[in-house]
Design a protein around this ligand. Structure first.
Ligand code: GUN
Ligand code: FE
Length: 453
């Protein structure tokens, strides 16, 4: 079948590409077979043929097709807490609010309710792929996988491994290294053999919560499991002062170096945050083909820091964006994208107006532009995970959103007579897009949100 669409994608970092009336051919699995630009020799003929044979879908005039967002870091169980408890330091927040909330997921009815709402909300917000931290509970983690498969979301799901008695409470901790390993392996097996997961839309992830929550034994064993299974890995790394110093004290090295020594820094490892990584760490992450999930909102609330995105990209680090629900108070990856833009500006300029411009702590060259942040939110996250999504090039799988600037109650004012350049239109869409503007969402070529065409 064929789609006729106008919109944007960003296969190359720093470059957005506009297309008008691009003809996109999809196979039965939602893979893009070929594309034709308007005005090329075959375009008109193929459009006419597809239309005659009833295989053409014209996307509505005036709406824009974008690649679906990749949320590279999100805690599924923290969704009920969204928009609360943002005022405490990370360690206090974990103990006071977050571990007790996550512990509730031993109740599968609660888990089913929360996870169904979350996955629906994320899809409606345009998140076509999510890299999830679950909880320690086998039942709740399996439910999350079931719900993603049922609603069609591309998802990578980790059973959180956390066995350290100094940090983790008695009622929310893996009872032993073996228990943590068994829970991880069980979820890998469940997802791999799930009858509805033939195409591998949901994948398992090895998920040590972060070094402070894990014993060295557990980290070592999870590294061995990663080598055996070649699963994705996710963890938190060098998020804030407290955590960074904890690892320096305990291991005498940075999170990045320590994870590497445990075999946990591999291709498709995703390190959440990374605010305090050094230039050497960046080089090591790039060398291993691992990635950083930049979570600008969460970093403002819990790390008191801005991740140097521009510098990491320059160093060749793979980077995507995360909401970090609920340390980040929004389910919309577009809010992370916009936050990456303003926070890069603050890092470049310094922030304290009481100081003269030249005296503010500032770093030259740390702003990023809209095409860069758009790339990171889509193709960048896909590359971090090694998934064939994030652009509309042939060979990619069609994960896409349709943005309607004229959505009822949420207009994005394009003013075409004043702003007709592609760069300007994309900027307006990126700064303006809300859930209400996302009229349709496709994952793997299937319509997962919005009315059929
Ligand atoms: N570090 C360890 N666990 C967490 C978490 O749940 N959220 C954040 N932001 N950082 C963490
Ligand atoms: Fe997190």
């Amino acid at each position: 079948r064929f789609l006729l669409a106008s919109g944007f994608h960003a296969p190359v970092c720093g470059e957005a590409e506009a297309f008008r009336n691009r003809l996109i051919e999809l196979d039965g699995d939602g893979r893009i077979m070929a594309t034709w630009e308007d005005g090329t020799a075959d375009h008109a003929r193929l459009v006419a043929e597809a239309e005659q044979s009833g295989r053409l879908t014209r996307l509505p005039e005036g709406q824009f097709l974008l690649p679906g967002f990749v949320d590279l870091h999100i805690h599924a169980p923290q969704y009920p807490q969204l928009g609360t408890a943002l005022d405490q330091p990370l360690d206090v927040w974990l103990k006071t609010y977050t571990f007790p909330l996550e512990a509730r997921y031993r109740d599968e009815a609660f888990a089913a309710r929360a996870y169904a709402m979350l996955v629906e909300d994320l899809i409606a917000n345009g998140t076509t792929t999510a890299l999830y931290f679950g909880t320690i509970h086998p039942g709740a983690n399996r439910l999350l996988a079931d719900i993603c498969l049922e609603k069609g979301q591309r998802a990578l799901i980790g059973k959180v491994a956390m066995d350290h008695k100094d940090l983790c409470p008695d009622d929310y901790r893996d009872a032993s290294v073996d228990a943590a390993l068994k829970g991880t392996q069980d979820l890998i097996d469940y997802i791999t053999h799930h009858p509805d997961n033939g195409e591998g839309r949901v994948k398992p992830v090895i998920t040590p919560r972060f070094i402070p929550a894990c014993t060295d034994d557990l980290l070592h064993e999870l590294g061995a499991m990663a080598a055996d299974t070649c699963c994705h890995i996710q963890t938190h790394a060098s998020e804030g002062d407290w955590e960074h110093n904890h690892v320096l004290d305990r291991h005498g090295m940075s999170d990045t170096e320590s994870l590497d020594r445990f075999g946990l820094l591999r291709e498709h490892t995703v390190l959440a945050h990374g605010n305090f990584i050094s230039l050497d760490d960046m080089e090591k992450i790039a060398l291993r083909k691992a990635a950083v999930a930049h979570c600008p909102l969460s970093n403002a609330y819990f790390a008191d820091a801005i991740f140097p995105l521009a510098q990491a990209l320059e160093k060749g680090v793979r980077v995507g964006l995360g909401t970090d629900i609920s340390a980040g108070p929004s389910a919309s990856l577009a809010n992370s994208l916009r936050s990456a833009l303003w926070s890069g500006r603050l890092l470049e300029s310094g922030t304290d107006p009481a100081l003269a411009a030249g005296e503010r702590s500032a770093r030259a060259g740390q702003r990023v532009d809209v095409p860069t942040a758009f790339h990171v939110a889509t193709a960048g996250g896909a590359r971090a995970l090694g998934l064939p999504v994030g652009t509309f090039e042939p060979g990619k799988i069609f994960d896409a959103i349709l943005v309607d600037p004229e959505a009822a109650g949420a207009p994005i004012r394009l003013w075409p007579e004043l702003y007709s350049g592609d760069d300007e239109i994309l900027e307006k869409l990126i700064y303006g897009v809300t859930r209400a503007n996302i009229s349709r969402v496709w994952i793997g070529g299937e319509l997962c949100s919005g009315a059929a065409l």
